[in-house]
Design a protein around this ligand. Structure first.
Ligand SMILES: *Cc1c(COP(=O)(O)O)cnc(C)c1O
Length: 419
């Protein structure tokens, strides 16, 4: 695994936060430094993942699909089979163990689409911690099923009404809470971004993915793969999939970002390719951010909520600059095609985020030889995306049904108001 130089990876990373948060970050860093090389801590972490989240996740060969594409042999690392359906649970379980070691009793988190909030709520319930999850008021409405489950799991979900009522405002509110509660509260960051030590710490826990992948490749393929491909939002599943291979120069590492509708400003979330992201400092760290002409954070778009982010892991920003990680982009259209192909030829329902990795991986595999091997990290399952995916594949009966329900709700509403 990669190690930072005092929190930096090349020019990226660092810790740009208000004074009041420094003691908590230093405490976390010291705890992490102590535990990261302690085999008994790693054993405890892997043990928790095994008994609670079904690890190790399988490495599944895509025999029919590889034959159909006619290139390299394609394999999927099945993070979709984790408890709660994605790789996010690995990171929160690890941070939960750190919280116990620090003797804290409460965790907070911010969440956009709700996946990280849900994972945090699950961890808190399992480990007996109190949890408060901040979420933009608009996101609460859009993602109500996640909100419902978080509350059933015993977490407090706080709607944030300020600004655009989405992730950015939820982040500000969570930081305000933390500044006032650092003594007994840990901030559970959901991806390999933010101030040091979070990028390194999250990558460390997620590296369980590539440690297993390597062992499985040796057992099932008989050698290391030629390429490992992962989608990149904040960068945690990609760092997890790449971590154990960084020193194996013969293994090409490919990170696929959200190409969206086009590479025009505001229509994508591609930060690592030439002429997209620019170095900048925001949200507590330095990385490649999408910025507009005035140097303000730019607008982003992705068909997948989890990839719709303006920054990227400083570790990946650095690795893409040094050439160790090859950045690629997949458009919304390529993503829905890859999604469909995987469903129909292999019977697996992928998350829209992960389908970016599929699109990028399929494209590369087609140009390779049948004796070569590509592993794609399937970061999560697609059940949560049903409404978004249905938009790409319209179903007349369902559309009519939803329209009727909406009309009925409006009539009821009008009747109530008339009372
Ligand atoms: C959140 C999420 C992502 C994006 O986050 P990373 O930190 O880049 O991994 C990707 N896939 C799925 C399924 C997610 O839920």
């Amino acid at each position: 695994m990669i190690r930072s130089d005092k929190g930096y990876f090349g020019e990226f990373g660092g810790r740009y936060v208000p004074e009041i948060l420094l003691p908590a970050l230093t405490e976390l860093e010291e705890m992490f430094e102590q535990l990261r090389d302690d085999p008994s801590f790693w054993q405890e972490y892997v043990g928790l993942c095994q008994e609670f989240s079904g690890r190790p996740t399988p490495l599944t060969p895509l025999r029919r699909l590889s034959k159909e594409l006619g290139g390299a042999q394609i394999w999927l690392k099945r993070e979709d089979l984790n408890h709660s359906g994605a790789h996010k649970v690995n990171n929160v379980l690890g941070q939960g163990l750190l919280v116990q070691r620090m003797g804290k009793k409460r965790v907070i988190a911010e969440t956009g689409a709700g996946q990280h909030g849900l994972a945090t709520a699950i961890m808190a319930a399992r480990l007996g911690l109190q949890a408060t999850i901040y979420m933009g008021a608009d996101d609460i409405e859009r993602q109500y099923s996640n909100v419902f489950w978080m509350r059933q799991l015993g977490s407090e979900v706080v709607g944030v009404e300020t600004g655009n009522r989405t992730l950015k405002e939820a982040l500000d509110e969570a930081l305000r809470d933390w500044a006032a509660s650092v003594e007994d509260t840990h901030y559970v960051l959901g991806t390999a971004c933010g101030p040091a030590p979070f990028p390194e710490l999250v990558s460390y826990f997620q590296s369980v993915i590539s440690i297993e992948m390597k062992e499985q490749a040796l057992a099932q393929i008989g050698r290391l793969p030629d390429e490992v491909v992962a989608c990149v939002g904040g960068g945690s599943n990609a760092m997890g999939a790449f971590g154990a291979f960084l020193e194996d120069e013969e293994v090409k590492l490919v990170g696929v970002e959200a190409g969206g509708l086009s590479l025009k400003d505001g229509e994508h979330s591609v930060r690592m390719m030439a002429n997209t992201g620019e170095p900048g400092i925001a949200q507590g760290y330095k990385t490649l951010f999408l910025q507009n002409d005035d140097g303000q954070l730019g607008d982003t778009h992705s068909i997948a909520a989890g990839l719709d982010y303006v920054g990227v892991s400083p570790i990946l920003a650095h690795l893409s600059q040094t050439g160790r990680v090859v950045p690629e982009a997949a458009s919304d259209k390529e993503v829905t095609e890859a999604f469909s192909l995987l469903m129909k030829t292999e019977g697996i329902i992928p998350a829209l985020e992960s389908s970016h990795g599929l699109a990028g991986g399929f494209k590369r595999a087609k140009t390779m030889r049948p004796d070569q091997h590509v592993i794609i990290n399937l970061s999560g399952r697609g059940d949560k995306d049903i409404f978004n995916i249905a938009k790409a594949f319209p179903q007349p009966e369902w559309t009519e049904f939803l329209q009727r329900e909406a009309d009925r709700a409006r009539e009821l509403d009008a009747a109530k108001k008339g009372e």
